[in-house]
Design a protein around this ligand. Structure first.
Ligand SMILES: *Cc1c(COP(=O)(O)O)cnc(C)c1O
Length: 376
């Protein structure tokens, strides 16, 4: 028999209370029962996004909401800036290019955070910029970007600030309204304790002005349709009803814990994970580490892919390796959503057993002990 521990930065484990909701009979979506769920979800999402504005729900993975942000804000001749700190920052540029635009891209070395001063400088030189695209927590490297500072810079210009908070929402502090983030997108399977299948978008008034004028083609993703249907507590097309019901439950759970307490808990787990990594003689990878995933350099002479595979197949513990240029070079362990302190200990125990078998030399138990010390 094997028990499965999902410690990947998406999907993440789902609490039993939420799984139980997924086993309920399917509701029809044009009913007052669904309207009640819709209202609970809308209110709960506003709480998690820290916004007074509406948050809309699509039936898609997170990338769908990223595409929605692009097609609802931009027009064919717009100037767009992408600030890329890794694979997900690059995805913004890929989506924009898919619609025929050529964005300017400011890239940093992977593992580093975006430099707000570089964005400020770019916007001074390019005052006609229509939108700036950034990533909250760059899941591919484990870095968090300073959205508060970036928000202040972009708010002083005509550009709309668009944020991918797909892995950060719920785990890393994000105050959508206070930080003047115009468009924030996220999805269900990372910090929100749900399976994949829902994505979210929230727009500020400045973003709505751009959305009214946007001329990129769109149909399913059109937020104006979402806004209209929301007046009737509905979505324009069939929602993922079961996931909606489960989301209402997950949001209730988050509200009862409070976001602030969740943020503090993930920070503690992130610090514990970094202590554990260092105690094993391994270097953390991210220069400005986020709270929701810890990235670590694979020790010399060991294949990163082998660590991930052995942990999953022999111990039932799933972590992630590196993506694209970091393939084989880093490992990533998540502490977001329903991942809790004992899960981190299980992760480190499995990591140590795996490293030992792969011939890496370290003091047995050192990583687990360091994690215990921080989490006790
Ligand atoms: C997971 C993730 C995505 C992609 O989301 P999908 O749900 O796989 O489409 C995008 N951005 C970030 C930062 C992510 O962590």
């Amino acid at each position: 028999m094997k028990k499965h521990y999902l410690l990947t930065p998406g999907p993440t484990p789902v609490p039993p209370e939420v799984l139980a909701e997924l086993s309920l009979p399917v509701l029809h979506h044009r009913t007052s029962e669904f309207g009640e769920i819709f209202t609970r979800v809308s209110e709960g999402l506003k709480y998690v996004f820290k916004t007074e504005g509406d948050v809309y729900v699509y039936a898609s993975s997170g990338t769908g909401a990223m595409e929605a942000a692009v097609v609802n804000i931009l027009s064919p001749d717009d100037k767009a800036l992408v600030v890329s700190t890794g694979a997900f920052g690059d995805r913004w540029a890929k989506i924009i290019r898919a619609f025929g635009l050529t964005p300017d891209v400011i890239s940093v070395e992977w593992g580093e955070a975006a430099d707000p001063a570089a964005i400020e400088d770019y916007l001074k030189k390019n005052p006609s910029t229509a939108a700036v695209f950034v990533t909250h927590t760059e899941t591919s490297t484990g870095v968090v970007n300073d959205l508060e500072k970036i928000g202040r810079i972009v708010a002083a210009t005509d550009a709309v600030l668009i944020v991918d908070a797909i892995s950060g929402l719920g785990g890393e502090p994000l105050l959508k309204d206070d930080w003047k983030l115009d468009v924030v997108v996220s999805s269900s399977q990372k910090g929100l304790m749900l399976p994949p299948g829902l994505s979210f978008i929230s727009l500020s008034e400045k973003a709505w002005l751009a959305a009214e004028k946007s001329r990129l083609p769109k149909f399913y993703w059109d937020v104006k349709r979402m806004k209209k249907s929301a007046l009737d507590k509905e979505t324009p097309f069939t929602p993922a009803v079961g996931l909606f019901v489960a989301l209402a439950k997950a949001l209730d759970m988050m509200k009862s814990v409070t976001l602030e307490k969740m943020w503090a808990e993930y920070l503690l787990m992130a610090e514990a994970a970094r202590d554990g990594i260092r105690a094993l003689g391994i270097e953390p990878f991210a220069k400005s580490p986020c709270r929701v995933v810890t990235s670590a350099k694979v020790p010399d002479g060991i294949e990163g892919g082998k660590i991930v595979k052995m942990m999953r197949l022999d111990y039932g513990v799933s972590i992630a390796g590196g993506q694209e240029r970091l393939k084989g070079k880093i490992i990533r362990l998540a502490h977001m959503g329903y991942i809790t302190r004992p899960d981190i200990l299980v992760g480190f125990a499995a990591l140590e057993m795996t490293l030992k078998r792969l011939g890496y030399k370290f003091a047995a138990g050192a990583g687990v002990a360091a994690v215990e010390e921080k989490l006790k």
